[in-house]
Design a protein around this ligand. Structure first.
Ligand SMILES: CCC/C=C/C=C/C(=O)SCCNC(=O)CCNC(=O)[C@H](O)C(C)(C)COP(=O)(O)OP(=O)(O)OC[C@H]1O[C@@H](n2cnc3c(N)ncnc32)[C@H](O)[C@@H]1OP(=O)(O)O
Ligand code: NDP
Length: 349
């Protein structure tokens, strides 16, 4: 495990070469020092994972946070619950006593997740096929859920689609495919369930999973940024309008958390991960279990006074990217001495 420095290719034209080079180095080393930024790449059973030394201060706690039974007699509906973060949230809610209904397009994936989670927790997880882009399919899915469990207490709008793409390469259908899943899908699920809950005089907690760039916008994921911003406007608006019916609406904006669905579409070569981690003050990616604990809290009765909240959950990445002078983290002590001398020696303006 000898550290190998590979941080030399500094110019844009060297990008491809450095991609290939870092791939080759990663293929033959266990631990790679990326030079001044002090990023480390570990290989565990073929999985690549970077972290900074200071991430030791921010070790994740992945155990379940809420008391056992916090979700007894509750029903939770989670879109995209078969994979990634949706699966992690379903696992935690189920472990806490909820009966869960997970919905997405791929029934086999849902069924496998449902079987695995319910065999671990002893609580029922139901799999319902549903393409959230189709309002009639959403309505049929809710009919099915009513038969299985009754109306839910907790709704988590987590399903999404995304891919990196320069906007000049984006087709109208590419735009539509993302915005239909993210914005229209969330709206169809929320309106269908909201109306039925209101008719039945039953309150519920709605949670939407957006992302940090819903606030800032971001190039190269423009349909996703636009749709997630729309979801946030939808949820903040309904928090104001539907409190009178017993509904709460909250939002989590996650930063990068490794899932196959996200990383295969946003970082297909695996190269951007190290620059992401380099700008995260806590020095590591988030963990699905950490996000799931936050979602479980926000959707629980412990958070009954919480509505209209937007929780950024990103290890500090957003503020780190935003501050004009944050790059000065890279300045060494000796360089600071020099800079301070220069500044102090300035006379007048
Ligand atoms: C790091 C911190 C911030 C992270 C934020 C993360 C946010 C996320 O949302 S991650 C979630 C990622 N998960 C997924 O995307 C899962 C679901 N995704 C999919 O199913 C697909 O990727 C897709 C969204 C494309 C939908 O699949 P579908 O089968 O319905 O669509 P297609 O027929 O394949 O494509 C529809 C049109 O989009 C064009 N397209 C697809 N991929 C690309 C691409 N990589 N680049 C450019 N265009 C693409 C495709 O060509 C179709 O358009 P057209 O050819 O004009 O018909
Ligand atoms: N991982 C990360 O770093 C981050 C993730 N997020 C957000 O977290 C959420 C989960 O993402 P993640 O777990 O990483 O990725 P996944 O790809 O694993 O999750 C996306 C889920 O959405 C479902 N889905 C996609 N299209 C539809 C559709 N038309 N109808 C119903 N379900 C659909 C997919 O299931 P199926 O294919 O079966 O339909 C899949 O289960 C998303 O909202 C994403 O934007 C936000 C910031 C960072």
């Amino acid at each position: 495990m000898v550290p190998v420095s590979v941080g030399q290719a500094g110019n844009v034209s060297g990008l491809l070469l450095s991609l290939i080079l870092s791939e080759q180095v990663q293929n033959r080393t266990d631990s790679v020092d990326f030079g001044p930024s002090q990023l480390w790449c570990h290989r565990f059973a073929g999985l690549r994972s970077y972290a900074t030394p200071h991430s030791q201060f921010f070790a994740p706690s992945e155990g379940i946070m809420l008391p056992a039974g916090s979700y007894n007699n509750k029903v939770a509906f989670i879109t995209g619950g078969g994979t990634g973060l949706g699966r992690a949230m379903t696992g935690v809610l189920s472990q806490l006593g909820a009966q869960c209904v997970i919905a997405s397009r791929k029934l086999e994936v849902l069924q496998q997740t449902a079987t695995e989670i319910s065999s671990q927790t002893g609580n029922k997880v139901h799999a319902v096929q549903c393409d959230v882009r189709d309002p009639q399919a959403v309505s049929r899915c809710v009919d099915q859920m009513v038969e299985l469990t009754g109306l839910p207490d907790v709704i988590i709008n987590n399903a999404a689609g995304n891919f990196i793409c320069p906007s000049e390469r984006l087709s109208a259908n590419g735009w539509k495919s993302i915005t239909d899943i993210v914005l229209n899908g969330t709206a169809f699920v929320t309106l269908e369930l909201g109306k039925r809950l209101i008719q039945n005089q039953k309150g519920a907690s709605f949670l939407a999973i957006t992302t940090i760039y819903a606030e800032s916008g971001s190039g190269f994921v423009v349909p996703s940024a636009s749709a997630k911003a729309g979801v946030e406007a939808l949820y903040k608006s309904l928090a104001a309008e539907w409190g009178r019916y017993g509904h709460r609406f909250n939002i989590i904006q996650p930063g990068p958390i490794r899932t196959k669905g996200a990383f295969s579409r946003l970082d297909p070569t695996g190269t951007f991960e190290k620059s992401m981690i380099g700008r995260i003050p806590t020095g590591r990616l988030g963990k699905p279990a950490e996000l799931a604990n936050l979602a479980a809290y926000l959707s629980s009765d412990y958070a009954s006074w919480m509505s209209g909240a937007v929780i950024r959950f990103d290890g500090g990445e957003y503020v780190s990217m935003a501050g004009e002078f944050n790059e000065l983290r890279k300045v060494t002590d000796d360089q600071w001495k020099m800079l301070e001398t220069m500044i102090r020696s300035t006379k007048g303006s």
